[in-house]
Design a binder for this molecule. Structure first.
Ligand SMILES: NC(=O)c1ccc[n+]([C@@H]2O[C@H](COP(=O)([O-])OP(=O)(O)OC[C@H]3O[C@@H](n4cnc5c(N)ncnc54)[C@H](OP(=O)(O)O)[C@@H]3O)[C@@H](O)[C@H]2O)c1
Length: 319
């Protein structure tokens, strides 16, 4: 099987590996150097970090220890709204626009390189009045060669529209909680992104299996598809379960999966998944996951996307 890293194209033509390992959640956040190194050694080539995770230095350390050239690894970080690393109450700080550039420069200093992609972590890290100006700071830094690709995260339709109006550069990505149970709610966001060539990145892609109390109506569908894929492909290098199917579905939708693990065995599994062939799911299976997913609204990380953005009138799938 090919060990060529499988990628999507950003609008600029820059390639982004379709599966990222993040150091912002679960066990991965607790042992970021060790787990980041395990991810790179296993073959993952995309690390997702952020100012708020306090792990940018750890991401850099795992890159340095991997023995790989930085050019082989795609690294994303984010402007998170954080005053000082030493202050535990510093999260949720609203960054004044004149502090945006120094805050990003601090990220670059911690990383020791310019990240391949830099995001505004959510639209509330600055005041509403400053959101467009903040995007312009990112644009200026890109023009000055201080940043490479720039994008956003947790942006609702009103946030995307605000930064897109008159933008010199459109956001390369919007990193959002994306999985089958958020699809109905995300429809207007995804329509804007399709129109403007903004790639979707999915964080929390495993939520229907990990965080939904029962798995909802999707679980038996994923079980059925996992069985079919395993039986039709007996020589795959890993056991195909519902988690694998959910990640393959994310890729089949053309969406970058930003997942995580602090467990070495599961990290190796994630790396294997990232190299699986593209055509394991049929078009009908991709469609079925989407159709069943759209009958439920369930989100784990609700604080940004569910504020001032109308929810679909759907059950949460627990009944
Ligand atoms: N932009 C944002 O606002 C935002 C918000 C949230 C997250 N993120 C980013 O997205 C990353 C991932 O977020 P997430 O944790 O919500 O993603 P997720 O993919 O939904 O969940 C990851 C969790 O799944 C478990 N896992 C991984 N592979 C598995 C498998 N094959 N079978 C069973 N369990 C498995 C891991 O647990 P173990 O460690 O026990 O293996 C890990 O804690 C974060 O680290 C961060 O970089 C961004």
């Amino acid at each position: 099987m090919s060990r060529t890293v499988q990628t999507f194209n950003l609008a600029s033509g820059v390639k982004i590996p379709w599966l990222a390992w993040g150091n912002g959640s679960g066990e991965a956040r607790k042992v970021p150097v060790q787990a980041g190194l395990a991810a790179l050694k296993a073959g993952i080539r995309h690390i997702d970090t952020a100012q708020n995770y306090l792990n940018e230095g750890a991401a850099a350390e795992s890159v340095a220890k991997s023995g790989l050239s930085k050019d082989e690894i795609f690294v994303t970080s984010k402007l998170s709204g954080r005053k000082a690393d030493s202050d535990p109450t510093a999260e949720g700080y609203t960054v004044p626009v004149d502090e945006v550039r120094p805050a990003i420069q601090e990220s670059i200093k911690k990383l020791g390189f310019v990240p391949d992609l830099f995001l505004i972590h959510n639209p509330h890290v600055v005041t509403r009045a400053d959101l467009k100006k903040t995007w312009q700071v990112l644009e200026e830094m890109k023009d000055a060669g201080e940043l490479k690709e720039i994008g956003v995260s947790n942006f609702r339709p009103q946030d995307l529209e605000l930064v897109l109006e008159g933008a010199k550069y459109k956001p390369a990505v919007n990193q959002i909680e994306y999985h089958p149970y958020t699809l109905a709610h995300l429809e207007p966001v995804l329509a804007i992104q399709a129109k403007h060539g903004i790639l979707t990145e999915s964080y929390g892609p495993l939520t229907p299996l990990l965080r939904h109390p029962t798995g909802g109506p999707l679980k038996p569908v994923l079980t059925k598809i996992a069985k079919r894929v395993s039986e039709s492909n007996p020589s795959l290098p890993l056991p195909v379960d519902e988690f694998v199917i959910l990640l393959l579905w994310t890729r089949a939708k053309g969406v970058v999966a930003v997942t995580a693990s602090g467990n070495e065995k599961r990290i190796k599994l994630l790396a294997e998944i990232s190299y699986l062939p593209e055509d394991l799911l049929t078009k009908e299976e991709v469609q079925e996951i989407m159709s069943v997913g759209k009958t439920v609204h369930f989100r784990h990380y609700s604080e940004h996307m569910e504020k001032d953005f109308a929810l679909p009138n759907l059950p949460d799938g627990t009944g």
